[in-house]
Design a protein around this ligand. Structure first.
Ligand SMILES: Cc1ncc(COP(=O)(O)O)c(C=O)c1O
Length: 400
């Protein structure tokens, strides 16, 4: 069968890329290859340093047929040369930071990232002689001002956790190129359905596959896509030496979820828009952040950079702690839980003092900017695939 996906649409790629009926009995659905090791019929080096992209299979921490199918599907959806899958989004992120940076290097990193990424940059990298400067990467001037002679990487997350800030990827890529630095984009909130950062000039793109790409809340995973020259060291160090390999079973589950990603993203967006409009008109709700709303401070940039506004909303209420306490007990459909991008809806109060204190340690003007938007805390609402009316009815139990 010809599995050439060039010129095909995203939904066709999501279903067929990386897969073809296996040779023996022509099964239409992919097999799961749960073997940890492979029988070798010619002498093979046991060193990660001698690994080539077409090396024969030897051990699943190096490569595995099911994981390779997932990698090919995601690389195809992102129009990228290559992909390496990991056991979680954090395994993917830490592998980039620890495999591609050296002692004495400097990173410019967005200051309202996923907290795990913020903490590893601030607390772990300095132990290896790598410094980072957290900035609001939605401001290109702030990125430029933070560049140092030894800046080797610019790291953005767009849309970013909680404040849903949008970074202009093409413009950030130009800054990175002038500095000969690697531009990394965490595109977990956007997914390849909304944005293809590689086409806009990014060097590496990260996804927490645990979120929209897997989409069903039953498997953790992560991935990095980009040029082979950059992903090769991630396989060699990040997988083979640090060991953050995904289980083939999880890879299979995630691949199954990916087949419906474009369809799901349409409904996530549709539902999020209905919920955002309901929230915006509610007297007890203060601020509603959703890139698809004309009131989002970067709605125009979001329109030009995102083909789908995804399903993440952040909002404030006039009594966040009481509302959160009631949500935990009284919501009937929406789960009061962390994580995002699943078919089920999740809501969670992210307290400002925790985020600007423990996670981001924002100071001065950036601290005030955050507080002005978030007040005491923002509810992060990952709008799922249930009927929008039912989600609004559930919110009414708390807000009306
Ligand atoms: C934007 C983003 N990147 C990375 C991660 C980490 O992913 P994982 O939980 O799969 O390690 C998360 C988790 O919430 C996230 O929101």
């Amino acid at each position: 069968m010809n599995n050439n996906m060039s010129g095909k649409g995203q939904q066709t790629k999501a279903i067929h890329a990386g897969e073809s009926p296996e040779n023996q009995n022509k099964a239409s659905a992919p097999h799961i290859c749960m073997s940890s090791t492979f029988v070798v019929d010619e002498p093979l080096s046991f060193s990660a340093n001698n690994l080539e992209p077409d090396s024969p299979l030897i051990y699943t921490r190096w490569a595995n047929p099911t994981i390779a199918q997932l990698e090919e599907k995601l690389a195809t959806l992102e129009n990228a040369e290559s992909c390496v899958a990991f056991s979680s989004g954090m395994a993917a992120s830490s592998s980039i930071l620890l495999s591609l940076l050296n002692q004495g290097d400097h990173v410019v990193i967005s200051n309202t990232n996923y907290p795990g990424t913020a903490e590893i940059a601030r607390d772990t990298l300095p132990r290896f002689g790598i410094q980072s400067t957290p900035v609001d990467t939605s401001s290109l001037d702030d990125i430029r001002a933070a560049i140092q002679q030894n800046t080797k990487m610019i790291w953005t997350e767009t849309p970013s956790n909680l404040l849903l800030r949008i970074t202009n990827i093409a413009a950030a890529a130009e800054i990175a190129q002038q500095q000969d630095a690697i531009l990394v984009v965490d595109s977990t909130f956007a997914t390849p359905v909304a944005t293809n950062p590689i086409e806009l000039g990014a060097d590496l793109v990260i996804h927490s596959l645990t979120k929209y790409i897997g989409g069903h809340g039953d498997a953790l995973g992560g991935a990095v896509v980009g040029r082979q020259e950059l992903t090769g060291p991630l396989r060699g160090e990040g997988l083979i030496h640090y060991g953050g390999v995904i289980s083939p079973f999880n890879a299979w589950l995630i691949m199954r979820g990916m087949a419906t990603l474009p369809l799901r993203m349409r409904v996530h967006q549709e539902n999020a828009m209905s919920v955002a409009e309901y929230l915006e008109n509610h007297p007890r709700v203060g601020r509603v952040l959703y890139p698809g709303l004309p009131t989002h401070p970067q709605h125009e940039l979001a329109k030009s950079q995102m083909k789908n506004f995804s399903g993440m909303i952040s909002f404030t209420t006039d009594q966040p702690h009481q509302d959160a306490a009631r949500m935990m007990k009284e919501l009937e459909i929406i789960h009061y839980a962390v994580s995002l991008g699943h078919h089920r809806s999740f809501i969670y109060l992210m307290e400002t003092k925790d985020l600007i204190g423990s996670s981001y340690r924002l100071k001065g003007e950036e601290r005030e900017k955050y507080k002005a938007v978030a007040g005491e805390g923002l509810f992060r609402f990952s709008v799922g695939l249930e009927d929008a009316n039912d989600l609004i009815e559930d919110l009414r139990l708390i807000l009306d």
